[in-house]
Design a protein around this ligand. Structure first.
Ligand code: NAP
Length: 337
């Protein structure tokens, strides 16, 4: 394999943070991962770079996953099973499934990133998490030098979380996901739990939406509220929504009657990080070249020329304010390299 050296990663991360990779290799076929020279190297597996805070140069090998391909693997009475290469663009893949008449992923339209990264973060939006439509994946284990399958039961999907993050396999470069299979049930019910989606459909006077209608509504809402990373560099939601004990949520609601609260199956309560950040005065506020977006306070943006240190500074300032004001800890969604 011919790796490139000293490669600028600014255009490979959607926050447009500067940093160089000592070595860089684009992976367009799973078989490339079996090359013996990859063993023993410090590695980072890069997808769309849309959930990444680059804190500086990386003294290892970046493997940029660009494996293409998408196909109907099989179908049975209940569902379609669709397989896609890890390097496929997530949004394009979702729109393609809809065009083929295989709905189910429409609520995840316009999420940046790749198919291979989707299960790592268990990407979610508008009441759907990718884990709900996930069937299995194939990954390459650099230590065992073997491809291995992972089915849904072994992914330990959680809120923007999976076994790949929990065990550190992704960040350590231990394994690379090469393809993913989704199970899309034939019985389709629109998932309209979120107010924004309902309001958009109502504004368009659509009472019984098709999957494409739902996708279009979600695309419209996202385009209105979220910055396009190609224009204003960002990683989407920057903080997890904190989940707190019911008693803490009650106590906070006594002080802040408008506090949005969403009861969780385990009895705890999810708070909206964006609301807390807005209340703390951070919506549209900058600290140096890094700020919180004016239309959606949960999105941290690079106003131009920011470094990883600038991001860490703004992140810490926001976390400190939320801690002081609400007694709540905010944890970042993206991974730090
Ligand atoms: P929003 O509608 O302003 O709502 C704020 C928060 O309240 C959301 O984060 C959401 O939690 C929660 N929420 C709203 N309605 C809810 C309901 N009916 N049941 C349970 N929880 C509810 O949110 P937004 O910032 O515009 O984002 C809309 C959706 O896109 C959210 O699901 C958000 O997570 C998702 N999104 C995801 C990413 C990402 O994956 N990085 C980036 C941008 C937006 P949840 O976040 O738990 O859904």
């Amino acid at each position: 394999m011919n790796s490139a050296h000293n490669v600028d990663l600014t255009s490979f991360n959607t926050l447009a943070l500067p940093g160089k990779a000592a070595a860089y290799q684009k992976i367009t076929a799973a078989g490339q991962l079996t090359a013996p020279e990859l063993v023993g190297q410090r590695r980072f597996i890069l997808g769309g770079g849309s959930n990444l805070v680059l804190t500086g140069d990386f003294a290892g090998l970046v493997l940029h996953m660009a494996i293409p391909g998408k196909r109907l693997l099989k179908e049975d009475a209940e569902a379609f099973y669709i397989e896609a290469g890890a390097g496929e663009n997530w949004h394009d893949f979702v729109q393609w499934t809809l065009q083929q008449g295989w709905p189910g992923l429409e609520n995840l339209s316009l999420i940046p990133g790749t198919v291979g990264a989707a299960p790592i973060q268990n990407i979610g939006a508008y009441g759907l998490e990718v884990g709900e439509c996930f069937h299995s994946l194939t990954a390459w284990d650099f230590e065992k030098q073997a491809f291995f399958p992972v089915d849904r039961g072994n992914c330990r999907f959680g809120y923007r979380d999976s076994v790949f993050k929990q065990e550190g396999w992704h960040l350590s470069g231990r394994m690379a996901i090469t393809s993913v299979v989704f199970r899309l049930p034939k019985a389709w019910i629109p998932n309209l739990r979120y107010a924004d989606v309902n309001q958009e459909l109502a504004a368009q006077k659509i009472a019984t939406p098709t999957p494409q209608d739902v996708a279009k509504a979600i695309i419209a809402v996202r385009q209105r509220k979220l910055p396009n990373p190609a224009i204003i560099p960002n990683t989407g939601s920057f903080f997890h929504n904190p989940v707190v004990e019911a008693a803490q949520a009650e106590a906070l609601a006594a002080d802040f009657p408008n506090l949005p609260r969403y009861a969780q199956p385990d009895g705890r309560v999810k708070l909206a990080a964006g609301w807390l950040i807005e209340q703390a005065g951070w919506k549209g506020k900058n600290l140096g070249p890094v700020g919180m977006y004016e239309k959606q306070a949960l999105v941290l943006v690079n106003r131009g020329g920011a470094t990883g240190d600038d991001v860490k500074r703004t992140m810490a300032a926001v976390q400190a304010d939320i801690r002081a004001r609400f007694g709540v800890e905010l944890s970042p969604e993206p991974i730090f390299l």
